[in-house]
Design a protein. Structure first.
Ligand code: M7G
Length: 324
């Protein structure tokens, strides 16, 4: 059974005992998936073969700690497809009409993997992130950013400890595809949590910059051009070298608003309709570079559009300000 990170309380106890070595989301493991109990389905998609669950882990005193579990049927791996037909398995003929027939297969475990991503312990914000909700577009001016969005993200946003763990090689160190160690203009390129690396169709990597003070697109000025150019150039070179996918077949972009307020760049396969790659959220890195080269304060001037769920506190702030 797959093992996951330790619950926070246990992690903290161990951290005290060993001086922090197992802390900060390292490869420590102490629970199995079967420890988790499903509370409700937050969202599911028949098209994407994915389900988002609100789960909990009950401790010995009977108290539950929230978790989010994402179960996703993995894409086909080309080299394993012949086995699907050849390996002895239960293939039930459900329909036959003229030249058309439908079989339902029960493949052996190695050909029917399901990827499970666990967030544990999960905050209310994690649960809300995956809950299906009505979505609205916000048109945020620079003043709105300063007066509404910035104070909000400073008061509450997702922890970016996982980013620091990668930058400090406390987690995912063996997954690093490329690093430019320069503290100002350097970054780390790793496979995204969403990609299992078994096939290139849904290739997904992220570049995390070493500088810690850049929250998002809104903070970028011409001063950051060398950094952004490094990410674009070296990111493409590293991906063609490691995975054989050329730069012209990659979608390289930033999200606005990002969920995590530490500058990062998404690299996805052009043919993959990655979540968050639509026009209301994705900004191509090449365009961002051009915009900043033309006008250093481009992103401190223009209005930016982004989607917010109706139940998000930030949406309520925009409503209160009469902006929606
Ligand atoms: P985002 O635009 O801030 O938010 O992107 P989004 O999750 O709403 O798209 C953050 C990206 O980092 C996403 O593509 C996540 O899948 C990815 N990501 C998140 N976490 C917690 C991890 C992690 O622990 N490791 C890695 N490798 N990727 C992560």
């Amino acid at each position: 059974m797959a093992e996951g990170p330790q619950p926070k309380r246990k992690r903290e106890e161990e951290e005290e005992q060993n001086g922090g070595a197992a802390a900060q989301g390292g490869p420590a493991a102490a629970f199995t998936l079967s420890d988790l109990r499903v509370r409700r389905v937050l969202r599911e998609s028949a098209r994407d073969k994915i389900v988002f669950l609100h789960a909990e882990r009950i401790d010995l005193s009977g108290e539950g700690t929230d978790a989010v579990v994402i179960l996703e049927k993995t894409p086909f791996q080309e080299e394993k497809i012949p086995d699907l037909l050849k390996k002895p398995m239960n293939a039930e003929l459900r329909m036959h009409n003229d030249i058309y027939c439908t079989f339902y297969l029960s493949p052996p475990p190695e050909l029917s993997e399901i990827k499970a991503t666990v967030v544990y312990p999960a905050t209310e914000k994690h649960i809300q992130k995956y809950l299906r909700q009505e979505v609205h577009l916000i048109r945020e001016t620079w003043e709105d950013y300063k007066n509404i969005t910035l104070p909000f993200i400073q008061s509450q946003s997702f922890s970016i400890q996982w980013v620091y763990n990668i930058l400090e090689k406390k987690a995912e160190a063996d997954r690093i595809v490329h690093e430019n160690p320069d503290p100002s203009n350097g970054f780390v390129l790793v496979p995204d949590l969403k990609w299992n690396q078994n096939q290139l169709d849904d290739l997904y990597l992220i570049a995390l910059v070493h500088r810690r003070e850049i929250k998002s697109l809104r903070d970028l000025t011409a001063e950051h051009l060398p950094l952004l150019r490094n990410v674009l150039q070296e990111g493409k070179e590293a991906i063609v070298k490691r995975f054989g996918v050329s730069g012209s077949q990659l979608r390289i972009y930033l999200h606005y608003q990002p969920s995590y307020q530490h500058l990062h760049v998404h690299f996805t396969a052009l043919g993959y309709d990655a979540p968050g790659s639509s026009v209301e959220r994705a900004h191509l890195l090449a365009d961002v570079i051009d915009n900043l080269a033309m006008d250093s304060s481009y992103y401190q001037k223009r209005a930016l559009t982004f989607p917010l769920r109706a139940d998000e506190p930030l949406f309520k702030k925009f409503q209160e300000a009469g902006k929606v």
